[in-house]
Design a protein around this ligand. Structure first.
Ligand code: GAP
Length: 473
């Protein structure tokens, strides 16, 4: 079972402290969201899983963290200033503003076909740099990055030379990106500020690029499944040639079933991430050597040539790039939707259980005293919580009866509850309750940390084996 719709998750996320509407006390800010204490843990756990999987467990990927605001020329030569726009239309009847490519000729609000002609709207957020800068001073104009990728391309030589990397290798980055979306919405699915996990994988010009795209698609499908997402809710979409981004020769999107309540199959899916073959477009266009048909330098502003010298073949070339680009927020939403389930107890009450993979669960164990008015029990429970803290994320809670406390932890996905009772004072043992089966086991306090760590590991889906590429590249 997964969530019946996004609204179920919006309500759970707000009620239990995962995600709150941003600026709520001032009426909110269209489609901006704040991550609460549990949301930030979940999102950090996803990012850590990704980083571990690509940067630590493989031999061929380095990480970086580049600036959000880059020199404006980066966006000129990346093509974003000229092409990063959506077609915008206004409804002449109800004045609603929409993306023309999402509405099939009819106003999404009132159904009218009396629309303005589509015009291009650049989605990059503008800002001005410097205390004395005027609003319209072109020399002070800068943008908030709309993708993390460009920070990687402009650092290609820095990473390659300082780490003495040979092709093929990749550079990974996690960070915020900003797009002035015309129609944001559907909770954290489409927002103006969001986080990306992008990796640029540099290969030879004659590598099997299209096959490499397939290979990365397979690796990512396995990674999403390792996060607990069901393969039934994942689907591939080959982006048609006329919809490809300006830099792409091929893109495959991994789609998630974010809208299971919709009757038509094809409208149930939305992009979770994309895997693109970006050719040598970016490294070439940021380089100062390439010339046009008339022999003029295409990029007279760059001070570098971002080409690569292959020691074995003694050839110099611009590496080609395979780019898997994933959204943190869309992964958070997919993970939450997929983990959502309901279970009915002996009394016929329906409980929400968030079956998060233990590696992602914000809290790994909750320590609960059976009687909060008994100082010895409370003291023992707090001491156990403190002793677990250095090895795993544990919380102490005594704000309700035990049934209510269990239900609360089930709803936020805590894999294990540890109950301290009267007998614990005698036998130095506690009851460990499993979130998914509700089965209980008695465990000695001295063995508890090892026991919990073993159980958490055993119930986490196996991480995919992510070796270097098996293809001839
Ligand atoms: N560098 C390539 C690139 O940025 P993209 O398909 O535009 O490709 C990659 O973005 C991923 O970033 C998307 O698959 C999605 O997960 C996430 N993303 C893009 N726009 C977003 C938005 N407005 N809100 C939330 N996530 C977004």
């Amino acid at each position: 079972m997964s969530a019946p719709n996004i609204d179920t998750i919006v309500s759970l996320a707000k009620r239990r402290g995962f995600v709150f509407p941003s600026s709520d006390i001032y009426g909110g800010l269209g489609s901006a969201w704040d991550y609460g204490p549990l949301g930030v843990e979940l999102s950090n756990n996803i990012k850590q899983s990704w980083w571990r999987w690509l940067v630590y467990e493989r031999d061929d990927i380095e990480g970086i963290d580049s600036s959000i605001i880059l020199n404006r020329l980066v966006w000129k030569y990346s093509g974003h200033e000229a092409t990063f726009h959506d077609p915008l239309v206004d409804c002449r009847e109800c004045k609603t503003r929409m993306r023309a490519d999402k509405i099939e000729g009819k106003c999404a609000n009132c159904g009218s076909t009396n629309l303005t002609e589509p015009r291009n709207f650049n989605m990059m957020f503008r800002t001005v740099l410097g205390a004395a800068a005027e609003e319209d001073d072109p020399t002070a104009l800068a943008y908030l990055r709309p993708e993390t990728a460009q920070g990687i391309f402009i650092n290609f030589l820095n990473v390659q030379t300082t780490l003495r990397r040979k092709i093929p290798f990749g550079i990974a980055q996690i960070g915020k990106s900003f797009r002035n979306e015309i129609t944001p919405g559907n909770f954290i699915l489409r927002t103006r500020e969001f986080e990306q996990m992008e990796m640029e994988y540099f290969v030879k010009p004659d590598a099997e690029h299209l096959k490499l795209v397939d290979e990365w698609v397979e690796l990512y499908l396995e990674w999403f499944k390792s996060l607990g997402i069901s393969g039934d809710n994942l689907q591939l979409h080959e982006v048609p040639a006329d919809e490809l981004a300006h830099y792409s020769k091929r893109t495959v999107d991994i789609m998630y079933r974010y809208f299971p309540e919709r009757p038509e199959q094809e409208r149930q899916w939305e992009e979770l991430m994309g895997i693109a073959y970006r050719t040598d477009f970016d490294l070439r266009s940021h380089s100062n050597k390439p010339v046009d048909d008339e022999g003029k330098r295409v990029n007279p502003d760059s001070t570098e040539d971002l080409s690569y010298f292959d020691e074995t073949t003694k050839q110099r070339f611009y590496p080609h790039v395979i780019e898997p680009a994933a959204g943190v927020n869309r992964t958070v939403l997919a993970v939450l939707m997929d983990a959502y389930s309901e279970k009915t107890n002996d009394k016929g009450e329906t409980r929400v259980i968030l079956r998060l993979s233990p590696q992602l669960a914000p809290i790994k164990a909750a320590i609960l005293p059976l009687a909060k008015n008994k100082p010895e029990i409370v003291g023992m429970a707090k001491a156990i919580k403190r002793s677990l803290q250095p090895v795993l994320r544990a919380v102490y809670d005594d704000t309700g009866g035990i049934g209510k406390l269990y239900a609360r932890q089930d709803e936020i996905g805590t894999p294990m509850c540890v109950t301290v009772d009267h007998q614990s004072l005698e036998d130095e043992a506690v009851t460990v309750r499993d979130r998914d089966t509700w089965e209980q086991e008695r465990v000695k306090v001295a063995e508890l940390a090892d026991y919990l760590q073993r159980r958490l590991k055993a119930t986490s889906p196996v991480q995919p084996v992510a070796g270097t590429s098996s293809l001839e590249i």
